[in-house]
Design a protein around this ligand. Structure first.
Ligand SMILES: Cc1cc2nc3c(=O)[nH]c(=O)nc-3n(C[C@H](O)[C@H](O)[C@H](O)COP(=O)(O)O)c2cc1C
Length: 736
């Protein structure tokens, strides 16, 4: 709900917001410029200034201090009124005062869209929208990050999500301030909040005598520093009954020209002070640096509007259209889905179709729509993703609070399948919470919570198989992940490792397949898709339905797509790839894997891999032209069997791209695993981590679990843990 509310106004108001924000950004620069050009008047009191100016400009009527500090005198020359910029040190007019026409035009555009009241209303509404969007966006962002305390943590998600959130974060405070102060100013314009200063005007005040005191001698004027001056209107020389009017940052009053003392004075009331402060905070007039900060924040608005719109569009497009969704009242099975970026819906759709084909009446709905199941419901199936720090995704946010209010169910069995990512400390944490909460209401659990890591299709199928067996129905799952457009790649070289042809490992290098002829060849096309080392190459074997993913060793800038593939017994895709000869072509696509990249900076990298897991790690080392300290722990069967990239690694050590290479061979006399090598180097590794090192692990799940366990031992007593490092993005894995 919040998300929808958050997107729709963003869509409607985005153009208006962008216009108001951009004009605000440009306007924010003026106070800084004016401030730079203003002649300083610090330490001078108003009496001295007025004395100096009246000596130099006998026809002076009014002195005005601009928020930038510039003093402007309005004075008569003959019968003509002029405005001049004054040098406070001498009282001399140094230039004619000409306010910028561009600035005035921009202000009109910013405040009222060059219209009158309708424009003012529109910009007022825009300010209110902006405030709403920024505050609701902030709440969503905090939830996604796992709480307010983690607001400054590492932003995760795809490129678009990260671009949106990372550009929003530094701009948020500035945008809240701009929008809130803009809103207050608009409300005041339309009289919806008081402006203050309602007291009666000063009327009929007369000088106490005919003789006038010299301005420089007047006590009241002496007591006001020029930096507090707003306006000083002098008494007319031709009218003996005229008085002096003085407005300062603190109040306004009338000064007796005969004595230089107050005839009347009134300090600003609370509302006037509030509006003065709000105006200063909004415009930066009088606080130029804040103006620049707010202007810079507003620059983020077009980017946020564009990325927010694209994210909203993506979410809409990925919403499923469920065929044959049974009405809730007829259903015997409830299928509840907790999802944020909708991939879980793809799995739910396949399960829904299979259960329906098996003869069940299935009603699928977002988890937030939970209601007390009616009498005909026999089973409740929950498929949910996890976000933040083990928390609910958007469409499940209301689930647990609502469940707590529902009547305890009977005769309903339930099963929960979690979708998550093992790289997060609370893998499928929310699914586990849901399981426990359902069990606590007295429902019967069909089994333990199932989990699916990174949308793994085999793991999903395995759970469905278990579910089918448990329910006693045959489930024919026809899950079809939506595949991106594929590119034809041609195998240009291969190097084989391993003694046993059944389990050999091949390093395969592909280049984009050039069309036989045509304009694309002339233009130097085709090209490789964009990818970085560590991204995944998705390959669909001929006749296969779903892709297998291989970590990319190379980056697109290397001109080839290089992967390491181990032939798995019975593996369709690995068998297909390791059976290719140079010249053969495959269809492939790239899936970014942004969380598996070396962090920016020069901190050491500790790379740990076994078997084909060395692939992306050697890719990072190859690209280490800055000679950042990199240490590789590599595990294989033996120096003769499975020691991938052996010669190249020696070269990389000589070249200092790789500082240290530590090997662990599981089938040699000195039998060891990478974990053993890590534990042997515990002291050095702990020191490295304390200095900010990042750990990158790539390989099979068992190895990764053993390595994480070893690291927890290594970090004992350091005040750090693998879980903490993961949250900081300093312990990342590519596990299969
Ligand atoms: C910002 C963010 C936070 C995440 N937090 C977790 C987490 O704490 N635990 C977990 O197992 N998975 C986490 N994930 C992974 C998602 O749960 C996983 O990708 C899931 O398949 C997404 O499903 P959906 O597309 O239906 O929302 C997170 C993903 C993102 C983008």
């Amino acid at each position: 709900m919040l998300r929808t509310l958050h997107s729709i106004p963003a869509l409607i108001a985005s153009l208006l917001l962008v216009l108001v924000a951009l004009t605000g950004s440009v306007l924010s620069v003026f106070p800084a410029f004016e401030r730079a050009g203003a002649t300083g008047a610090s330490g001078v009191d108003v009496a001295t200034l007025a004395g100096r100016v009246s000596a130099r400009l006998p026809g002076v009527e009014t002195l005005v201090r601009q928020p930038s500090g510039t003093i402007v005198a309005y004075h008569m020359v003959g019968s003509e009124q002029r405005a001049s910029v004054i040098d406070p040190a001498s009282g001399e007019a140094v230039a004619a005062y000409r306010p910028s026409a561009t600035q005035r035009w921009l202000k009109n555009l910013h405040r009222k869209l060059l219209l009158d009241d309708p424009g003012r209303v529109a910009t007022g509404v825009a300010a209110a929208f902006m405030l709403f969007i920024v505050l609701s966006g902030l709440m969503l962002f905090a939830r996604r990050m796992g709480g307010w305390k983690l607001l400054l943590g590492r932003v995760r998600g795809n490129t678009l999500q990260r671009l949106h959130n990372e550009s929003a974060r530094p701009a948020l405070a500035g945008l809240v301030l701009s929008a809130a102060t803009g809103l207050v100013m608009s409300l005041a314009t339309f009289g919806l909040i008081p402006e203050g200063g309602d007291a009666d005007p000063f009327l009929d005040l007369r000088p106490s005598g005919a003789a006038r005191m010299a301005l420089a001698q007047m006590a009241v004027l002496q007591s006001v520093d020029v930096s507090r001056l707003a306006q000083l209107k002098l008494a007319s020389p031709d009218d003996p009954s005229d008085v002096i009017e003085l407005e300062t940052a603190d109040g306004a009053g009338v000064v007796d020209p005969a004595t230089g003392t107050w005839l009347a004075y009134r300090a600003l009331d609370g509302w006037q002070r509030l509006h003065a402060t709000v105006r200063m905070l909004h415009t930066g007039e009088g606080l130029w640096w804040l103006g620049l900060v707010l202007g810079a924040s507003s620059l983020a608005v077009p980017l946020l509007a564009a990325t927010g719109f694209l994210l909203w569009l993506r979410r809409r497009q990925s919403l499923p259209r469920l065929a044959n969704n049974a009405p809730r009242r007829d259903a015997d099975t409830l299928l509840l889905i907790g999802s944020e970026t909708h991939t879980t819906w793809g799995f739910a759709t396949a399960l829904h179709a299979a259960l329906t084909r098996a003869g069940l009446r299935v009603h699928a709905a977002p988890m937030n729509d939970i209601e007390t199941p009616h009498d005909g419901v026999r089973r409740l199936l929950v498929l949910t993703a996890t976000y933040g720090d083990g928390e609910a995704p958007e469409s499940a946010r209301q689930f647990l609070p609502r469940l707590a209010r529902l009547a305890a169910g009977t005769g309903v069995a339930f099963a929960v399948l979690g979708f998550g990512d093992r790289q997060f400390p609370h893998f499928c944490g929310y699914a586990h919470q849901v399981h426990d909460a359902l069990a606590a209401t007295g429902l019967e659990a069909l089994g333990e919570t199932g989990t699916v890591d990174r949308q793994s299709e085999p793991e999903f199928r395995q759970w469905c198989k278990w579910l089918g067996e448990t329910l006693g129905v045959a489930l024919d799952i026809r899950y079809q992940p939506l595949l991106p457009r594929t590119t034809a790649l041609e195998l240009v070289s291969r190097i084989d490792y391993g003694a046993d042809p059944q389990t050999l490992t091949a390093v395969l290098r592909f280049a984009p397949r050039a069309p036989a002829r045509g304009w694309r060849t002339w233009l130097g096309l085709p090209r490789l898709p964009k990818f970085e080392t560590g991204d995944l190459l998705g390959v669909v074997p001929p006749g296969g339905a779903s892709p297998r993913y291989y970590s990319l060793v190379s980056a697109a800038s290397d001109g080839v797509a290089e992967i390491c593939v181990r032939r798995q017994p019975g593996g369709i895709c690995s068998g297909y790839l390791t059976g290719l000869s140079p010249g053969a072509a495959i269809q492939a696509f790239v899936r970014p894997h942004e969380s598996f990249r070396p962090a920016a900076g020069a901190a050491p990298l500790i790379l740990i891999g076994a078997g084909t897991g060395i692939g992306p790690l050697i890719g990072f080392i190859r690209h280490n032209s800055a000679r950042r300290p990199m240490h590789l722990y590599f595990g294989a069967r033996s120096a003769e069997d499975g020691f991938l990239y052996r010669d190249e690694l020696d070269g990389l050590v000589d070249d200092c791209r790789l500082r240290t290479l530590t090997t662990a061979f599981s089938r040699s006399a000195d039998r060891a695993y990478v974990q053993d090598r890590l534990l042997a180097d515990a002291g050095r590794l702990r020191a490295s981590i304390v200095q900010g090192a990042q750990v990158m692990v790539c390989g099979g799940r068992q190895m990764a679990e053993g390595v994480a366990h070893a690291w927890d031992r290594i970090l004992e007593g350091s005040g750090l843990s693998v879980a903490q490092l993961r949250t900081q993005g300093r312990y990342v894995e590519d596990v299969y």
